[in-house]
Design a protein around this ligand. Structure first.
Ligand SMILES: [Zn+2]
Length: 147
């Protein structure tokens, strides 16, 4: 098996950046084709790799460039002031703690966002165990992730 096949199988042939399926048979030169990526973050000009190698579409990997990847929130969620997912997950991976991820207008929205986040972070950082809780106050519901 090649390294790409190993990484692809470990990630279930799903792009860790956009969370969509990757076709293992597509050309590696195609934008929707598979590529191997690594999770790096930049702080004070220093790049840090954390986690293992991950599967990404070539296009997602290329657009990411040298900066931290932008992992999108699901479009159907109603979240005000959504936190940058990768930055928050990096902090949770570095040291245990809590991160406020966004505010929701209703409890149902917050529950949906919390469930989606825990599932999404589980694929983004498989080694990191996070739990969600919802803080109600001031007529809104804040989704908090704790590692
Ligand atoms: Zn992708």
């Amino acid at each position: 098996m090649t390294r790409l096949e190993d990484v692809g199988q470990a990630d279930g042939w799903r792009c860790w950046l956009c969370d969509e399926a990757v076709d293992p048979d597509m050309s590696v030169n195609d934008d929707r084709g598979p590529s191997v990526d690594s999770m790096t973050s930049r702080s004070k000009g220093k790049a840090t790799v954390f986690g293992t190698e991950r599967l990404a579409h070539r296009g997602c990997n290329t657009r990411k460039g040298a900066i931290a990847p932008v992992v999108a929130w699901h479009k159907d969620l109603f979240v005000v002031d959504p936190a940058p997912i990768v930055t928050s997950v990096e902090r949770l991976a570095r040291k245990r703690g809590s991160e406020a991820m966004g505010r929701c207008p209703t409890e149902a929205d917050a529950v949906a966002a919390a469930e989606w986040l825990v599932d999404r972070v589980g694929r983004l950082a498989p080694g990191l165990h996070v739990e969600s809780r919802i803080q109600a106050g001031g007529g809104q519901y804040v989704v908090v992730l704790t590692s």
